[in-house]
Write a protein that binds this ligand. Sequence first.
Ligand code: PGA
Length: 226
Amino acid sequence: MKYIIGNWKSNKNLREVTSWLDAYKEKDLEIFKSGVQIIIAPPYPFLLTVKDALKDTPWIKIASQDISQFGAGTYTGAVSSHNLDGLIDFAIIGHSERRKHFEESNATVASKAELAKSSDIEPVICVRGKEDIIPDGTTYIAYEPPGAISTGDGKGDAASVSDVIQMRQTLGITEKQKYIYGGSVNPLNIREYLENDQIDGVLPGGVSLDPEKFYELGSIAVSLTV
Ligand code: PGA
């Protein structure tokens, strides 16, 4: 199984989300029923919008881009794992943009991962390298070197496959874990990553904003699995 996790970051308003969904739903989404797991990570306000729009294609999963480090309760403005229980399948946790702009520590990331799991949400732990600790029991790890992340067009300085594989060894990823790469993944370079059996998936940001290109990533992945 190969994973493609589209991270929209803080982009799109309701109008833009609706038109993304309209365009995406016109595609043949049946091709994603097996072999490739498509996961869409919209901003919080649109999780339900995306889930509802894709209710006839439940094999496409929804993720949040973060989760509160606190549980349900008196934490105004925070979105807890309890809020998200039943709404999403995955949560991206510890993205380098969270670590940088919101000063998230390894301890915060570990607590978020724990809370996610308590609500049956699968954490996808993002690490910049070995300085970031992978919480015990993590299945999904996304290696995202900050220098490879694009400014929003998917055309940054993507890490080479050999660097990604090398980091897999450095991080001590096991056979049971899923190792995902993120950073300027686009339709021109996705094959290199997914053709490698040491890389279980990709986490595109900029390219996922365009429904045509995001679909193209998925269909390339499907073509590699048949
Ligand atoms: P990018 O973003 O594909 O635009 O480089 C990846 C990410 O930060 O998740």
